[in-house]
Write a protein that binds this ligand. Structure first.
Ligand code: DON
Length: 345
């Protein structure tokens, strides 16, 4: 599919239309239509509550660094953020401890393993390979500073709220479901503690990790979070800083190399953008300096990535030449579509 060229302003009106008519709106509408009918994948069922999601749900959202919003489909439907929280919590831990201290406890190497694997952990003396696999995320969460469990949780929620621009609720049934069934994460936490890579109390660290995964967001929220990173750590709507500028590149680096679990290499090869997926069905993508994208669809592939999200984004990246290594003029076509201005070649 190529970006639409001759759509009328009315045809281009999709979802939350606040900005000028733009070819990107029509393109997003076409992209949604193409992948909404895709029925591949399964709902996550290893956390019992997640299997209640609506398999037909699908939404695409894009927020630019200047605050333009493009949405189509179920962009406002709430779902749990799950692993999409991981890079953002890593950012908070970086602010708390600095780069070198974090690197002492959590590496930045991709594993090529499933997100919940810990086969490499013993051989690495218990130091997780990166902050986006479960072992690294649990270690990272355990390092968040605060005067007691409630203060740490509030700091985490406040951080997410700064990225999103409003307070975020927690899905307590999902939290309870995860806490009751997360034996594998518990095993990982014990091993981290054994090796000196778990900060603080084990049960408290796990509760905080399960809570961060149970935060409710929309696809539009994920786009806003991505846009905040794309804008150097400042929320484009509120103007509030969510992350110190110096750490933005750290988050984007781990998202680029490790954000899609054991599909990260192929994602980097095919799509070429920093991104993070979660088993709730969300994906957050960052196009540095331009925009954030949030997709939501709960049907997952065997690796835990949203099938419709993955396919739509692969298509979007191809059509708009978004791969970071594509060429010097990588983002010109996208900028032209956002503003509706003709592409100057
Ligand atoms: O640790 C877990 O199992 C979940 N709370 C988070 C996992 C997740 O989202 C992995 N995603 N692809």
């Amino acid at each position: 599919m190529r970006p639409s060229k001759n759509s009328s302003a009315l045809d281009a009106m999709v979802g939350d239309l606040k900005a000028v008519a733009s070819p990107l709106r029509a393109y997003f509408s076409d992209l949604y239509d193409k992948y909404a009918s895709l029925q591949e994948g399964n709902l996550a069922n290893y956390i019992p509550e997640l299997s209640r999601a609506d398999p037909s749900a699908f939404g695409l959202s894009l927020v630019t660094v200047t605050g333009q919003v493009f949405v189509v489909g179920q962009a406002e439907q709430l779902f749990t953020i799950q692993s999409v929280s991981k890079p953002f919590v890593y950012g908070l831990a970086l602010e708390d401890h600095g780069r070198e201290e974090m690197l002492r406890h959590v590496g930045v190497e991709p594993t090529g393993d499933p997100f919940n694997s810990f086969t490499r952990l013993e051989r690495a003396d218990g130091k997780p390979f990166n902050p986006l696999i479960n072992a690294g995320a649990i270690a990272t969460t355990s390092m968040i500073k605060g005067d007691g469990p409630a203060a740490r949780f509030n700091r985490l929620l406040d951080m997410l709220a700064r990225y999103i621009g409003h307070p975020v609720p927690v899905d307590m049934p999902i939290f309870t479901s995860e806490r009751a069934t997360g034996h594998r994460n518990r095993a990982i936490a014990w091993f981290l503690m054994n090796c000196g890579h778990l900060g603080g109390d084990l049960d408290e660290a796990l509760d905080l990790y399960f809570k961060q995964c149970s935060v409710l967001v929309t696809g539009k929220d994920l786009a806003m979070m991505g846009a905040t990173l794309a804008a150097g750590g400042v929320n484009p709507m509120t103007g509030e800083r969510a992350l110190q500028q110096e750490y933005v590149q750290d988050l984007l680096s781990v998202m680029y190399s490790c954000g899609m679990y054991d599909y990260s290499g192929e994602w980097a090869y095919r799509v070429g953008l920093p991104a993070k997926s979660g088993v709730g069905g969300g994906i957050c993508i960052v196009i540095p300096g331009v925009c954030g994208i949030g997709t939501f669809s709960p049907l997952l592939d065997p690796r835990g990535n949203s099938v419709r999200g993955l396919r739509a984004l692969e298509q979007f990246s191809t059509d708009y030449k978004l791969h970071v290594f594509n060429s010097a003029d990588s983002y010109q076509k996208l900028r032209a579509a956002i503003t509706g201005r003709a592409l100057v070649v």
